[in-house]
Design a protein around this ligand. Structure first.
Ligand code: SF4
Length: 481
């Protein structure tokens, strides 16, 4: 799916298209399997993983339930360290804050490091509309920027790209045929990105965590590009979701154990940068100005909602994607949103209220694997059910479906009705029955039976069988011979 394009298709239609792409399915499965295996090894090595998860949950729950206090502390300390703070209630305000800085600096080139929140506000498109060049400096993001696509995984944005496709993109960008040798491709990207680091007017990053006790912004990367982006240009803009705060560095230590292990199975992240204010007089590198844009964009609505508040605990590790049977089949673009996978199926309809993404919670088997994988124990499966309940009253639910569920509720409300309906169903299933299973080649049942075993109703209900057996026992007792 192209970046910034509005897709009007449903999640089912997009999933059907994704299922036709054999490479996508194989690549997603291969990579997510590797990530899962590596995570397993890294958590085993750490030991007492469940206790770490519980501690992570406690920290995030405490912070989010006192977010006003910790955010204020973070802002006060960041200001005291010399950062300029911009509050943005939505994507438009966040973009305006970024553009304000870009115009003030008369910037022509912005170097960006990977950031989901900046994808959320579509900042690249906004900057390009103002004739400002933006270059993504994370290798995966650089690839999908050249392809004009959205990331298809939170951690590995170009998970769906073949080496051949990457070669074509780099060849088009560089104007020379590079071949498919990995070393040549990486050398090309390194040279291009190095130029960007050295010539960018502004560096833009996200924020993995903001530490309230010092007002520091913490960045995790494996390529070191965020360090270049935040240290070399004269101005650094950070875009952070308002929930990304942690109270103390002791809490950061817990997250520094949970996040890389859950995301990529690493014991430690390769580069962890802690940025407290802009460069001081005695320092040799760092930006002269640090701007922090703090984004709400629907998050504060979840704060007062007991059903969905926990979604703000998310630390964007991507572990729930790697275990999700739906994501592993359809990849990220089928979700049609910036955030894919189980977290995207919950977060997107909550952040962008309305009908556009109301069908996303259906992209789940409700197996609960996402909860088991989540390092901060977010009950995504419960939220998916709650979102489906909300969507059921919306205009996307067809009249026939509503009528069917109403009929179901009526039939199951009284034992007599239930018995009558199951007897009728037993008769109705006869033409569709084959070897104890329902097989339908037409009608709404087909969507279910095409890919699943649907056992037929037993010839005799449990109640009928029980009454018959009771009767048999009575007969035997009254006539032991
Ligand atoms: S919901 Fe949990 S597993 Fe999924 S990205 Fe967020 S923190 Fe990671």
């Amino acid at each position: 799916m192209s970046a910034g394009a509005k897709d009007r298709t449903s999640v089912i239609e997009r999933s059907h298209a994704a299922l036709q792409d054999d490479f996508l399915r194989a690549a997603v499965r291969f990579t997510t399997d590797r990530l899962k295996d590596r995570k397993h090894g890294a958590t085993e090595e750490l030991g007492r993983w469940e206790e770490w998860r519980e501690r992570g949950r406690e920290i995030r729950a405490h912070t989010v339930s006192h977010l006003d206090y910790y955010l204020r502390r973070f802002v006060d300390n960041a200001r005291a360290a010399g950062a300029e703070i911009h509050f943005a209630s939505d994507a438009q305000e966040a973009s305006a804050a970024v553009l304000g800085v870009v115009h003030a600096k008369q910037a022509q080139l912005v170097a960006k490091s990977k950031s989901m929140v900046s994808e959320e506000i579509h900042i690249n498109r906004r900057l390009e509309e103002q004739n400002v060049r933006v270059v993504e400096t994370d290798l995966g993001e650089y690839i999908i920027q050249l392809a004009n696509e959205m990331p298809s995984h939170i951690i590995i944005p170009a998970i769906h790209k073949t080496r051949e496709q990457i070669k074509d993109l780099f060849t088009r960008d560089g104007g020379q045929n590079l071949g498919t040798d990995t070393k040549a491709l990486v050398t090309f990207a390194r040279r291009k990105l190095r130029e960007t680091f050295l010539t960018a007017d502004i560096g833009m990053t996200g924020c993995n965590f903001g530490v309230a006790e010092s007002g520091s912004v913490v960045l995790f990367t494996n390529e070191g590009n965020a360090d270049m982006v935040s240290a070399l240009p004269k101005t650094h803009i950070v875009v952070m979701g308002m929930e990304r705060v942690l109270p103390t560095f002791a809490d950061l230590e817990v997250m520094a154990n949970l996040l890389p292990r859950s995301a990529t199975g690493q014991k430690v992240i390769t580069y962890m940068s802690v940025i407290t204010g802009p460069r001081r007089a005695q320092e040799r590198c760092g930006p002269e100005e640090l701007h922090i844009v703090i984004l709400d964009n629907g998050r504060s609505s979840q704060l007062g909602d007991d059903e969905f508040r926990d979604v703000l605990h998310c630390i964007r590790c991507g572990a729930c994607l790697n275990v999700c049977p739906v994501y592993r089949h359809i990849g990220g673009h089928a979700y049609g949103s910036v955030y894919p996978g189980p977290i995207g199926a919950v977060l997107t309809p909550l952040l962008l209220q309305g009908e556009e993404f109301a069908d996303l919670p259906n992209a789940s088997s409700l197996c609960g694997a996402c909860y088991e994988a989540c390092p901060v124990k977010i009950p995504l499966h419960d939220m998916l059910v709650a979102l489906r309940r909300r969507a059921a009253g919306g205009p996307r639910t067809k009249r026939a479906e509503r009528a069917a569920w109403r009929g179901y509720a009526l039939a199951f409300a009284k034992p007599g009705r239930y018995r009558l309906v199951t007897r009728m169903a037993r008769l109705a299933q006869t033409p569709l029955q084959h070897d104890g299973y329902i097989e339908s080649t037409w009608g709404p049942l087909m969507g279910w039976t095409n890919s699943r075993h649907a056992p037929a109703l037993a010839p005799e209900s449990f109640r009928d069988r029980f009454s018959r057996m009771k009767q048999d026992v009575r007969t035997i007792k009254s006539d032991p011979q």
